[in-house]
Write a protein that binds this ligand. Structure first.
Ligand code: ADP
Ligand code: ASP
Ligand code: MG
Length: 400
């Protein structure tokens, strides 16, 4: 089998951990598999590099940030290859560029355009194992790029897709996908399997165990994906097509996103074209708007509320000032978005009501709501976020 194995930050967080990962890879190689490994930087390293840059500037150029941040993954890829070679396994380490990963020019959140698989394939043919530095690529004009936070997952899936690998294993510090973040609810249950669509919702709604775009791409390219622990041999969670899943629970999981902020524009003129102008401007400036609420207008004016990622608040403020969009602009950073996800919702009513009842029983005020076929999301005060997750987990009986 050709297997792509990705090891996250905690998994390669120390000398001991890298040695342990090397032993795991060696075992899989000895079982007769061809192996391509993708590594993250050591845990905490990317944050450290960002802090370092901020010692010099609060608005560093993204091009230089990419040069800086891509270095973390170079270190671990080289160290792991050195360890494997020392154990007697022919191994080469590669940067994103050397592995043929070509991205667009959107520095710090680049998209992979294609992977020229011939560089990795050539090494595999020679009998080498390949260790690729995750989270990075190269633009068409030769600039180093990175793929957004958590982007090594995307590197692994994209490589698995381009090489037509039999399996892509994501090794992390939990032994699979749980019904909710086990650090918040210790009663959370590990799922045997979950559909791409549900995983996609959970990821995009805050469950950082897999990066959103990696799940999107795995679904598109039909990559067989499994999430496992690098600390144990437990079987992980398989991410599959909905039709291949045996059990389809009503609700599969609860997610919490702590990186959202609520923006309110008061005194917006209530006339055609205003919402278009505001959200076009935000889109042009690269702000990711999520939930939107517009109130019924009064005296030709209305209020408009929406959420954006916390780190895009500065840009949001600037964008709104530039188009003079409202009489007043308010921000609330002390909010979280809590979401209930499950494909079973497609065919059952009442799931949303249970969520609202549950939060009401806990006397938690819901500030915003949005729903889709397979999710219900609610914005609430940050201080009740984890309580809400546990209460919802209980309400849908996810612990049994
Ligand atoms: P890595 O560094 O290996 O990429 P991450 O920190 O990005 O690991 O992701 C793993 C973490 O995701 C876990 O430690 C866990 O706290 C968190 N997490 C959030 N939601 C879930 C979930 N539903 N199931 C499992 N882990 C989750
Ligand atoms: N090191 C990068 C990050 O911390 C990428 C990754 O870990 O996947 O976001
Ligand atoms: Mg991650």
């Amino acid at each position: 089998m050709l297997i792509v194995q990705k090891y996250g930050g905690t998994s390669v967080g120390s000398v001991e951990r890298i040695k342990e990962v090397a032993r795991r890879i060696a075992k899989s190689k000895e079982e007769g598999n061809d192996i391509v490994v993708v590594v993250s930087a050591m845990s905490g390293e990317t944050n450290k590099l960002i802090e370092l840059a901020n010692k010099f500037s609060q608005t560093p150029k993204r091009r230089e940030m990419d040069l800086l941040l891509s270095s973390g993954e170079r270190v671990t890829s080289a160290l792991l290859a050195i360890a494997l070679t020392d154990m007697g396994f022919q191994t080469v380490a590669m940067t994103g560029r050397q592995a043929g990963i070509v991205t667009n020019g959107m520095h710090t959140k680049a998209r992979i355009e294609y992977i020229d698989g011939k560089y990795i394939e050539k090494e595999l043919k020679k009998g080498n194992m390949v260790v690729v530095a995750g989270f990075q690529g190269i633009t068409a004009i030769g600039e180093v790029s990175t793929l957004g936070r958590g982007g090594s997952d995307l590197s692994a899936v994209a490589i698995a897709g381009s090489l037509n690998a039999d399996l892509c294993e994501i090794y992390t510090d939990v032994d699979g996908i749980y019904t909710t973040d086990p650090r918040i609810e210790p009663k959370a249950k590990k799922l045997k399997e979950i559909s791409y669509d549900e995983m996609l919702e959970l990821a995009s709604l805050g469950a950082k165990v897999l990066q959103t775009r990696s799940v999107e791409l795995a679904k598109k390219l039909n990559v067989r994906l499994v999430t496992r622990s690098s600390f144990s041999d437990d079987e992980g969670t398989h991410i599959l097509r909905e039709e291949d899943i045996m059990e389809k629970p009503l609700v599969s999981g609860i997610a919490i996103d702590k990186n959202q902020a609520r923006v309110t524009l008061r005194g917006v003129s209530d006339k055609p074209g205003i919402a278009a102008e505001i959200f076009r401007k935000l889109a042009e400036d690269g702000v990711n708007v999520d939930m939107i609420i517009q109130n019924v207008g009064l005296d030709g004016e209305t209020n408009l509320g929406f959420t954006v990622p916390k780190d895009e608040l500065g840009t949001t403020k600037q964008s709104m000032e530039e188009i003079n969009a409202s009489q007043s602009l308010e921000f609330d950073q002390e909010v979280v978005k809590v979401s209930v996800v499950g494909v079973g919702m497609k065919s059952h009513s009442g799931v949303a009501c249970t969520a609202f009842d549950t939060l009401a029983d806990e006397r938690i005020n819901i500030e915003m709501i949005s729903t889709s076929e397979i999710k219900v999301s609610m914005v609430i005060s940050e201080k009740y976020g984890e309580l809400a997750v546990r209460a919802l987990h209980d309400a849908y009986k996810l612990d049994n």
